[in-house]
Design a protein around this ligand. Structure first.
Ligand code: HEM
Length: 451
């Protein structure tokens, strides 16, 4: 006998859909109290099962993951990133993941760390100049530029800055279109008429050409640059001897770029915001940075292990503001979850944001408290209570890359600068593809110790 799942109807189809697609965070938080952590709702004529229940998460992402593919929202992302790891399925995904995985092993990450270090030092030098000009900076914008620079340089080290700037702008413009389509599924047909789609394809063609040029030139002029492109060009399938085609390399490069900079930028921005509200935590963080980094400008690769509190601060910030705030799946066959029948073709919408703020799993969930991530407490906590990087075989391939990058940047910034919030507007999250601060995060930055 199957049970009857709670149904959320709200104030009718249109209001419910508008609320869900444009104010998803409040929608799921409110419904956690009023409806529960696993319920049905009809959204855009599709069957949605909305959840923040850890058992459901485990079932969908880990135990029965073979029955689930990515939800249609990821199809929209395909417009930019093509068939990269994030959007691929089945055997093709498995093969690509196997090929790409070694690029994220510790030895390779160490090589990428030195690239990140140089960019962070340049960034701090520029920040120091801006401090002297008494500017109020939008740290969300600054972090986006910094992490875009890092990801582009770790993808293609040898490319010059003007090529990278062009790519950065073209991706930005293309991304705007994709976000528009994801947030306004009912307006997508109009994009064929109003020129938005045409413009998107123009930007995409520019971007593709730039990436194909880099790949072609690498095939002719081989380098030993320690970047992700070189690593991916060098891998060969152990069974078939196959290497990645130009198209596949392009798709993986675009995927890493798209998946790998906005997420880290948002996480760093939210961390700086949270720290601006908690001087006592800044003090502990700065003490650790000074102790570990000493008289150096920034930490070394070996130092990262000792920046434990820095790591906890980042983890706690991603609990409150998970950059990947939701995950979506669709089931290939009928399923039964917690005794409820889930017909094939349903969408399972997992809200990480709500799971991370559920008072049953987190005491005083709204409080920023990095001590929650003390290693002993982490060990005792079920893994499915905290999902910033997802779970199961589709878990983020770049999680160690991202943690290394964020520890490096945060400890260096906090060691040299002080950040004071000066926003006129309230700092609130906006759930786009990633979780962004809606009006940016303006700060007055002061240099404490010259870089
Ligand atoms: C704070 C930073 C980051 C966060 C919070 C994050 C989060 C996530 C999450 C939640 C997923 C799983 C999506 C799903 O299951 O539907 C994912 C997948 C992925 N991420 Fe990240 N990510 C971050 C940084 C990075 C970086 C730096 C890279 C690459 C350089 C990267 C590359 C990828 C790729 C390729 C996938 C797809 C993996 C697969 O399906 O095999 N991410 N990420």
């Amino acid at each position: 006998m199957s049970k009857i799942i709670p149904v959320y109807k709200g104030d009718g189809f249109f209001k419910r859909n508008a609320e869900f697609f444009t104010d998803s965070l409040n929608f799921t938080m409110r419904n956690l109290e009023e409806v529960g952590d696993f319920y049905y709702s009809n959204m855009m004529m599709r069957d949605y099962y909305i959840t923040s229940n850890p058992e459901v998460v485990k079932h969908v992402l880990v135990d029965n993951q073979k029955n689930y593919i990515k939800s249609p929202a990821y199809q929209t992302l395909k417009l930019i990133i093509g068939n990269g790891l994030l959007t691929n399925e089945g055997d093709f995904w498995r093969k690509q993941r196997r090929l790409a995985q070694p690029a994220f092993y510790k030895g390779q990450l160490e090589a990428l760390f030195y690239v990140m270090q140089n960019i962070t030092l340049d960034f701090c030098g520029n920040l120091s100049q801006k401090c002297k000009q008494d500017e109020h900076l939008d740290v969300a914008e600054e972090m986006t530029k910094l992490t875009a620079d890092i990801v582009l340089k770790t993808l293609f080290t040898s490319e010059n800055d003007s090529n990278q700037k062009e790519m950065y702008d073209a991706v930005g413009a293309a991304q705007e279109f994709v976000v528009f389509c994801m947030q306004n599924p009912h307006l997508v047909p109009f994009t064929y008429l109003n020129g938005k789609r045409k413009n998107f394809y123009k930007n995409k063609a520019k971007l593709d050409q730039a990436i194909f040029n880099i790949i072609e030139s690498r095939r002719v002029n081989k380098t030993d640059a320690p970047d992700l492109l070189n690593m991916l060009m060098g891998v060969q399938d152990a069974d078939t001897g196959e290497v990645m085609s130009n198209q596949q390399l392009r798709d993986e490069m675009m995927t890493m770029y798209a998946a790998g900079h906005e997420t880290s930028a948002n996480s760093l921005s939210w961390t700086l915001y949270l720290l601006s509200q908690h001087p006592e935590i800044v003090e502990r963080l700065r003490a650790e940075a000074q102790f570990v980094i000493g008289n150096e400008v920034c930490p070394s690769f070996a130092d990262l292990r000792r920046l434990q509190y820095t790591k906890q601060v980042i983890e706690e910030s991603m609990r409150l503001f998970p950059p990947a705030w939701s995950l979506g799946r669709e089931n290939l066959q009928d399923d039964k979850i917690l005794g409820y029948d889930i017909p094939k073709g349903s969408i399972i919408f997992i809200s990480n944001y709500t799971l991370h703020r559920d008072p049953r799993f987190w005491k005083d969930p709204e409080v920023f408290n990095p001590d929650r991530f003390d290693p002993e407490l982490v060990k005792a906590r079920p893994k499915t209570h905290y999902l910033p990087f997802g779970a199961g075989p589709r878990m983020c391939i770049g999680n160690h890359f991202a943690m290394m990058e964020m520890q490096l940047i945060l400890s260096t910034l906090i060691n040299h600068f002080d950040f004071e919030l000066t926003n006129d507007e309230e700092v609130i999250p906006q759930a786009l593809v990633t979780l962004k601060p809606k009006f940016g995060i303006k700060m007055k930055v002061r240099e404490l110790v010259p870089v």
